[in-house]
Design a protein around this ligand. Structure first.
Ligand SMILES: *[C@@H]1O[C@H](CO)[C@@H](O)[C@H](O)[C@H]1NC(C)=O
Ligand SMILES: *[C@@H]1O[C@H](CO)[C@@H](O)[C@H](O)[C@H]1NC(C)=O
Ligand SMILES: *[C@@H]1O[C@H](CO)[C@@H](O)[C@H](O)[C@H]1NC(C)=O
Ligand SMILES: *[C@@H]1O[C@H](CO)[C@@H](O)[C@H](O)[C@H]1NC(C)=O
Ligand SMILES: *[C@@H]1O[C@H](CO)[C@@H](O)[C@H](O)[C@H]1NC(C)=O
Ligand SMILES: *[C@@H]1O[C@H](CO)[C@@H](O)[C@H](O)[C@H]1NC(C)=O
Ligand SMILES: *[C@@H]1O[C@H](CO)[C@@H](O)[C@H](O)[C@H]1NC(C)=O
Ligand SMILES: [Ca+2]
Ligand SMILES: [Ca+2]
Ligand SMILES: [Ca+2]
Length: 911
């Protein structure tokens, strides 16, 4: 078990937790486990109920839950807190202890007195529990026994019990001596069980090599999972088992793996195909870097290792196997819950990590995809479980526990959806524990168990066959014989009959079919243990409804002059069109009829408060809410809505498309049944769509207006005289040689010397435009309306007047910048016109000059020219000429001041 605290000063924890809570972005949707209809089981206080959990599905019609409570008191006489496993019927919330062992410690006679040979008090029975069909294995890792040496010692060997046939027979199995990972067949354990023979060894037991004592502290096999990593699984589908380990003639081999360490005995129970491999975590191996080994399950030799990247990160504390990218190859997930993130120059933060190794081919894995915990000391990666395809998208999904994360260290479980390239790095859902940390954290998420096993436990096979029978009724090809009931009839695995080539592709297919069937039977569950609070919570997946929706506008281009619809209760004729909404749905485990809440918005891109150009014919609103009842199997369900265009005088924008938006949600009130979980809309499918209608304008066949805007301009004067109050009129000729230009405007940038004074109104040849003065980004502009649209062939002249007088900073000319702009998509602007008007002045110039020094007498006294002068004085003596230029304006007004200019010319005399 991981230490709860690693001696880090406590005062650190609070501020960091607060900080990380701020950084934590919760998933927006709860997809797709139901967080309302939970089943919460409770155990005796202090019993650590929830430390281990598993499903117990003796037949496909019954699902129940097994919960380990390793500190529970039992009926065993004189044993204190021996630990127990509870059977919890589902969906009832009551649990009862399974009587694996009712006995006291066994005793032997030593020198005439009876002494205990074993010690069950505090043995932690129920620390692990695994079930397969009607068989259950649970272990007591801290079980001690008295060595039969001359000087007796208490040796913590751990022990396991198996129960079979609906808890009607029990047997003990206590294999741990020196080997580290042991596998044995349940059939052998039951057959050879003897209450008296404590040191019994099974003939066909398999174990890893005896490790030297220096490896005792490695925690070899602390976590174990099974998967296929050598590419030989299809042989496992054959009906002859080469190793002869199958029981009851089953095509799947079923055994116990017990990992024996100094601390714990953990069963993994059981894997299916004889040739699949074990994956064992060794969190303290490899000099405390931790590693994970793939172990050949037939001879328990090591095939491949993954090593942790950080010391004491507990890499391998958990391992899980799942095919998350649906390529038919099992992938490995490894948790390192104490991993410290070291950001540049900041203190390391213990956030935890999970590594996903995608299998590329036998013995070959991609570099790990890394998921990092979001909360300091959250212990992200303490538990990882395969969930099956929770959301029914064809990819297996994963749950990861962060048992000390969240508010009050309530614990969190994060759901990650698989996809073609691994796991989606953002969780689709975060489950929060309900129990605040008291004397100890509740540990919500310390233990996780998803419903269907990646190691292909064969219980899904029975529903598979039943489902096939059901499908056969619907006329599907009959492909399988009756495989339900007695295992012995299973001469051939039914899986092989589903497809012609029993290769990887068949495996994919089986995976899909299993997932489908699990969904079909509503069997997607997740059990989360919270042993600190003595709770186990069962979540159920909400069936996923995938809606396909279509929005069809008819006609898409609305001619405003085609006024064929008469508005109800008025004589008004309007142009109108139809909005058709069509929907259909897919989804497993849902009723044959669903109800959607639909919402249609007309002209939805217009700002709030702006005029919506279209309205619903029947409601005179631009918004409409309605219900859609869809039946399965029916073709598209369609509904029509008539929409009309307002009168052209009520809006200006004829060019921008009318956006029509449809969005929908599930009408949850239609799911009356309070027992079943409510379906949920597919989170990865957009639940809104939009289409656009266009107002027909004079834009030719293609209904696309391409204007050809031309602009020219001349001033009515070509001279501006400095000092005078100048008046200038620009005679402007805008032209449209193409199709209509929408919201066409003439933009004139005013130079700083000029001011806008108005539009020329007294000249009949010039059109009077409506113009406005505007300030845009410190630029002064005049903007004139050229029409909406500025029709094809428009060609006229207009006069805009300015006064020019501020010459302080003027150059030799001033310039106006003119352009036509429209809102058309193609060719929206005209040529840019830059109009220069010269500034003229008549001036009188005075120049005076002096030289300094006034005279130089040569040759210079004490001076010789240097061949390679390095200093100024070596070039020659300095001579300065100073000129003063005075510009006196002739035509100036009183305000004009003369400008003076000083020029200094510097020479050096040389020879
Ligand atoms: C088990 O019983 C002992 C004594 O009978 C008691 O002290 C202890 O608290 C009990 N433990 C639990 C988990 O109920
Ligand atoms: C049994 O008793 C004898 C003598 O009393 C003693 O020497 C011996 O160590 C005892 N054996 C054990 C196993 O306690
Ligand atoms: C298992 O036993 C319980 C009662 O202990 C009984 O209700 C149930 O029907 C049995 N199941 C089977 C498959 O025999
Ligand atoms: C059962 O146990 C005996 C010894 O107790 C052993 O010789 C025999 O091989 C065992 N049988 C199996 C199937 O393991
Ligand atoms: C994996 O590690 C184990 C234990 O340290 C070692 O015995 C084995 O040789 C390693 N296997 C490989 C393939 O590296
Ligand atoms: C006129 O509008 C009606 C109603 O939307 C439509 O069915 C018809 O096709 C339109 N006619 C033309 C010529 O656009
Ligand atoms: C005003 O300046 C901003 C930022 O420089 C720019 O994005 C914007 O387009 C400018 N507006 C006009 C009308 O030039
Ligand atoms: Ca294999
Ligand atoms: Ca894979
Ligand atoms: Ca999925």
């Amino acid at each position: 078990m991981l230490p709860l605290s690693r001696g880090r000063p406590r005062r650190w924890q609070h501020p960091l937790l607060l900080l990380s809570a701020l950084l934590w972005a919760p998933a927006l949707v709860a997809f797709n486990l139901d967080e309302e209809k939970l089943t919460v089981y409770s155990g005796p206080p202090g019993s650590y109920f929830g430390y281990s959990v598993d499903f117990y599905i003796p037949d496909p019609s019954t699902v129940s839950v097994l919960v380990g409570a390793p500190k529970a008191n039992t009926t065993q006489p004189d044993i204190v807190e021996g630990g127990a496993v509870y059977y919890c019927a589902w969906p009832a919330t009551r649990c009862r202890q399974i009587p694996f062992d009712n006995t006291n410690n066994r005793k032997i006679k030593v020198n005439g007195t009876r002494e205990p040979i074993e010690f069950k008090t505090n043995q932690w029975f129920g620390a692990t529990v695994k079930a397969h069909k009607e068989k259950v294995v649970a272990c007591a890792p801290l079980y001690h026994w008295r060595t039969l040496k001359d000087s007796p010692e208490k040796d913590p060997v751990g022990t396991c019990y198996v129960a079979i046939q609906n808890f009607s027979a029990y047997a003990e199995y206590s294999p741990c001596r020196n080997s580290q990972v042991i596998t044995a067949s349940i059939a052998d354990i039951i057959a050879n069980y003897s209450f008296k023979d404590i040191l019994r060894k099974l003939a066909r037991e398999k174990q890893t090599g005896v490790a030297p004592p220096s490896y005792d502290d490695n925690y070899m096999g602390y976590s174990v999972a099974a998967g296929e990593f050598t590419g030989d699984s299809e042989q496992g589908l054959s009906d002859t088992d080469p190793k002869g380990f199958d029981i009851h003639g089953s095509f799947k081999w079923c055994g116990i793996h017990v990992a024996c360490t100094t601390q714990i005995a953990k069963p993994v129970y059981c894997w299916s195909f004889i040739l699949s491999e074990l994956v064992a975590g060794v969190p303290r191996g490899a000099q405390n870097f931790g590693y994970v080994s793939i172990i050949n399950s037939s001879d328990l030799t090591f095939i491949q290792n993954f090593t942790g990247e950080q010391m004491a990160s507990y890499f391998g504390y958990t391992v899980a196997v799942s095919d998350v990218n649906n390529d038919g190859l099992d992938d490995i997930l490894v948790g390192a819950p104490l991993f410290m993130e070291r950001e540049f120059e900041s203190k390391p933060k213990e956030v935890g990590q999970v590594y996903l190794y995608l299998q590329e081919s036998a013995f070959l894995f991609q570099d790990a995809q890394i998921l990092t915990g979001a909360e300091v000391f959250g212990r992200f990666g303490s538990a990882i479980t395969h969930l099956g395809d929770l959301n029914q998208d064809g990819y297996n999904d994963i749950a990861i526990g962060a048992p000390f994360a969240g508010e009050d260290r309530r614990g969190k479980v994060l759901i990650y959806n698989g996809y073609s390239n691994g796991l989606n790095p953002n969780p689709s859902q975060v489950l929060n524990g309900a129990w605040a940390s008291q004397s100890m954290p509740s540990g919500f998420g310390f233990t996780l168990r998803g419903d269907s096993d990646v190691d292909k436990n064969d219980y899904p096979v029975v529903p598979l066959i039943q489902a096939l029978r059901i499908k056969n009724k619907h006329g599907l090809e009959q492909k399988t014989n009756d495989m339900s009931g007695n295992d012995k009839q299973k001469k051939t695995p039914p899986n092989t009959k589903l497809t012609k080539n029993p290769s990887n592709t068949s495996k994919i297919k089986i995976n899909k079919i299993e997932n489908l069937l699990w969904g079909y039977y509503g069997y997607h569950y997740l059990i989360v243990g919270a042993f600190g609070a003595g709770k186990a919570v069962v979540y159920r997946a909400r069936p996923v409804v995938t809606v396909n929706a279509y929005l069809i506008l008819n006609p898409m281009i609305v001619n405003p002059d085609n006024k064929t619809c008469q508005l109800p209760s008025s004589q008004l004729l309007v142009a109108c069109f139809t909005v058709r909404v069509c929907t259909e749905f897919e989804g497993q485990s849902i009723s044959d009829e669903i109800v959607l809440k639909g919402e249609l918005q007309l002209d939805s891109l217009k700002q709030k408060g702006a005029v919506r150009r279209t309205l619903f014919f029947d409601y005179h609103q631009s918004h409409h809410y309605f219900s859609i009842v869809i039946e399965r199997q029916k073709q598209l369900h369609c509904q029509d809505f008539l929409v009309y265009l307002r009168d052209e005088t009520e809006f200006r924008d004829k060019l921008s498309p009318i956006n029509i938006n449809f969005n929908y949600s599930l009408d949850e009130s239609s799911f009356e049944d309070s027992l079943t979980v409510k379906p949920i809309l597919n989170y990865y499918q957009k639940n809104s769509l939009a289409e656009q209608a266009y107002i027909l304008v004079d834009c030719g066949e293609d209904n696309l207006c391409i204007p050809d805007l031309q602009l020219s301009a001349v001033p009515d004067t070509d001279q501006l005289i400095i000092g005078e109050e100048n008046c200038v009129m620009l005679i402007i000729n805008p032209r449209n040689d193409g199709e209509g230009a929408y919201e066409a405007e003439l933009h004139i940038k005013i130079p700083p010397e000029a001011d806008y004074t108005g539009v020329e109104r007294n000249n009949k040849a010039l059109r009077v435009l409506s113009c406005d003065y505007k300030m845009e980004n410190e630029t002064r502009m005049v903007v004139c309306d050229l029409g909406n649209p500025m029709v094809a062939g428009a060609n006229f002249s207009t006069g805009i007047r300015f006064s020019v007088q501020h010459f302080e900073n003027a150059d030799f000319s001033i310039s106006f910048e003119l352009q036509i702009k429209s809102s058309n998509k193609i060719n929206p602007t005209s040529n840019l016109v830059n109009l220069h008007i010269n500034i003229s002045a008549v001036a009188q110039v005075q120049i005076r000059g002096v030289s300094h020094p006034p005279t130089i007498i040569l040759p210079l006294h004490n001076w010789e020219p240097k061949d390679q002068p390095t200093k100024e004085e070596e070039v020659g003596p300095l001579v300065e000429h100073i000129y003063e230029v005075k510009i006196m304006y002739v035509a100036t007004g009183p305000q004009a001041a003369p400008t003076e200019l000083l020029m200094i010319l510097v020479y050096f005399l040389y020879q």
